[in-house]
Design a protein around this ligand. Structure first.
Ligand code: SF4
Length: 216
């Protein structure tokens, strides 16, 4: 099977079986999605959803969070990974939003990545999920699944290279959903340590499985 045929098969499968996908993070505004996405780095969405209702109740917008101190925010996010750095980033990010962007999240990804704690992946999530644009956020799941399934060549050995390759190969209208398709496949089926290949719809042609080599 060629790479082009793999793309067709996989995208058709997801279009048919997962027509309605979206982020599992809970949020009520662009600011809250930005906070939740920032918090979700190296943490589970389940854990983030457990802490954000109280966090957003106390700090519903950038204005309220900008007036807080990192240690105030830390009380709400102490159970997530890297709580000290993340609470500091949240407050600094909120202060910059208030100071430079009228308290609103800018829609320009270049401006977004100027915010403390906001990298390319987070900016792409915002572009796709909130602004509905064709942006491919490559997190650990998207990166792993893309490489295992041979959607990208082995030379695509960084998140940026995988992003650029996927953006070239996936039809523009599928891109916002494709991020979730690949992410959820990685989270629930093609897991990092023990992938559930026997439950995978792509086991007949998955290069990684057929290769029988150590999974990366
Ligand atoms: S067959 Fe296994 S390694 Fe290949 S994509 Fe499916 S779960 Fe991942």
């Amino acid at each position: 099977m060629t790479r082009k045929e793999r793309y067709e098969y996989i995208l058709n499968y997801f279009r048919e079986h997962k027509p309605n996908v979206g982020t599992e993070l809970q949020f009520g505004s662009a600011f809250q999605l930005l906070c939740a996405t920032l918090l979700s780095a190296q943490c589970t969405d389940k854990r983030i959803n457990a802490v954000t209702p109280a966090l957003f109740n106390r700090y519903p917008s950038a204005k309220e969070m900008a007036a807080a101190e990192p240690e105030d925010v830390l009380e709400y996010v102490s159970s997530v990974s890297y709580p000290n750095a993340k609470s500091r980033h949240l407050v600094e990010m909120a202060r910059m939003l208030v100071a430079n962007y009228g308290g609103e999240v800018p829609d320009d990804p270049k401006e977004m990545t100027k915010l403390p704690g906001v990298g390319r992946k987070t900016a792409n999530v915002m572009q796709a999920v909130w602004f509905g644009k064709a942006a491919m956020a490559v997190d650990t799941h998207v990166y792993r699944v893309s490489r295992r399934l041979g959607l990208v060549p082995k030379t695509a050995n960084s998140p940026l290279k995988v992003e650029q390759y996927l953006m070239r190969e996936i039809p523009e209208e599928d891109i916002p959903k494709a991020h979730h398709w690949l992410l959820l496949h990685g989270r629930y089926v093609c897991r990092s340590a023990r992938p559930l290949c026997e439950q995978c719809a792509f086991d007949a042609f998955c290069p990684k499985l057929l290769e029988g080599s150590k999974l990366d």
